[in-house]
Design a protein around this ligand. Structure first.
Ligand SMILES: [Zn+2]
Length: 379
């Protein structure tokens, strides 16, 4: 079976997830017949850079084109989608980065396209090309024959030579937001007849941190392991992740200053097989979200949360004092440090919970300062 992310690769501009500004600009350029000859697509891995480069190639070479709505169905579009078009050359600069590979491009790029209107060279991980290779390409980028188009894709814009950057139109790809990613996962799940609740898809999307390809691959893996019936529990088990519910509950216990409750809860999670190291890092991430909401006064769109979680986050940001969040972050950072040295995170985690729920028991200078801040916040 082909990997799901290949099967569900976006085929037209309108299938692309979470890159509206890039898509809009490219479509407008095609409609206005103002095609540039060198593009630079920059952004995190798995955000659809090479997929969009292929769609651009289709738009330009489609039998019924050039069009911002290529039919994706003629033999040229199909060949491009399958990676067999003679006019669209995809190279991975991580492995084909030497001067010989570039000479090869130079020799072939000047030839007329075989069946399309343009020859499109897609160079993935372009920042890995050697300087010599780039310099060999420069003249071609500066004075390209009219049928030649370059699309450089990179995960590291800072490493691209300025001389190349200045000759390209640059597009920066964003990580898709959580709801967008969940929508795509739902589309794939329905297409594959996978039974899975939205909450499980949200977990998959959250763990992928905006990487479309990683999210779909995880779904693929889960579907295979569960016979296409995925539960929230399956996802948590595979990812070792902590359910959001648990993070909220732990913070609620801190709001209530319920030391015994918090320690018992940790005990329960541990007995259920929860990796406490993962709990510490997920709790820190949760607190970071709370902190952002406290300082911005609203839940920023960039946070990977569902609508339902959004409201709870807002509520918890109001309940947890700012000083408590900061103090807890400091204490958990110690646990993370200990973990890096190979120590068990359990004791520092428990200590952190005791210290924030019972500040009077902690006589350190930081704790005294924390208690003072608490008094001020209440006053
Ligand atoms: Zn076509």
């Amino acid at each position: 079976m082909a990997a799901l992310y290949r099967k569900y690769r976006p085929q037209g501009f309108d299938d692309v997830v979470g890159q509206e500004p890039v898509v809009r600009t490219l479509k407008n350029a095609i409609d206005a017949e103002q095609i540039r000859q060198a593009y630079l697509f920059a952004g995190p891995r798995g955000t659809g850079k090479t997929s969009l480069a292929r769609i651009l190639a289709k738009a330009l070479n489609c039998e019924k084109g050039p069009s911002s709505h290529p039919d994706t169905d003629c033999h040229i579009c199909r060949a491009i989608a399958a990676g067999t078009s003679l006019d669209v050359v995809e190279m991975d600069a991580a492995s084909q980065r030497g001067i010989d590979d570039i000479r090869d491009i130079r020799d072939h790029a000047v030839l007329q396209p075989v069946e399309g209107r343009y020859k499109v060279y897609i160079l993935d991980e372009a920042h890995q090309l050697t300087d010599a290779a780039f310099n060999a390409l420069l003249k071609l980028i500066e004075e390209p024959p009219p049928h030649l188009i370059f699309v450089f894709c990179t995960t590291d814009l800072g490493k691209m030579l300025p001389t190349v950057r200045s000759r390209c139109q640059t597009f920066v790809f964003a990580r898709p937001r959580l709801p967008e990613l969940v929508r795509v996962l739902r589309w794939v799940a329905d297409g594959e007849e996978i039974e899975v609740p939205d909450a499980a898809l949200a977990l998959v999307a959250r763990a992928a941190r905006g990487a479309y390809r990683d999210a779909v691959s995880t779904l693929d893996q889960l579907a295979a392991a569960t016979g296409k019936k995925i539960t929230v529990q399956d996802v948590l088990q595979l990812l070792g992740a902590v359910e959001e519910e648990a993070l909220f509950r732990l913070c609620d216990l801190i709001v209530d200053r319920d030391t015994a409750g918090a320690l018992t809860f940790i005990e329960e999670l541990s007995e259920q097989g929860q990796d406490l190291g993962r709990l510490v890092t997920d709790l820190l991430e949760h607190l970071r979200h709370v902190l952002l909401v406290q300082h911005m006064g609203h839940v920023p769109d960039s946070l990977p949360v569902t609508e339902e979680v959004r409201e709870r986050l807002h509520e918890q940001a109001n309940q947890l004092g700012e000083s408590t969040v900061l103090r807890l972050c400091d204490l958990l950072a110690v646990a993370v440090d200990d973990m890096r040295q190979g120590a068990d995170p359990r004791l520092p985690l428990e200590l952190a919970l005791v210290k924030v729920t019972r500040p009077a028991a902690d006589l350190s200078r930081e704790a005294t300062a924390y208690r003072l801040e608490q008094l001020e916040e209440r006053g």
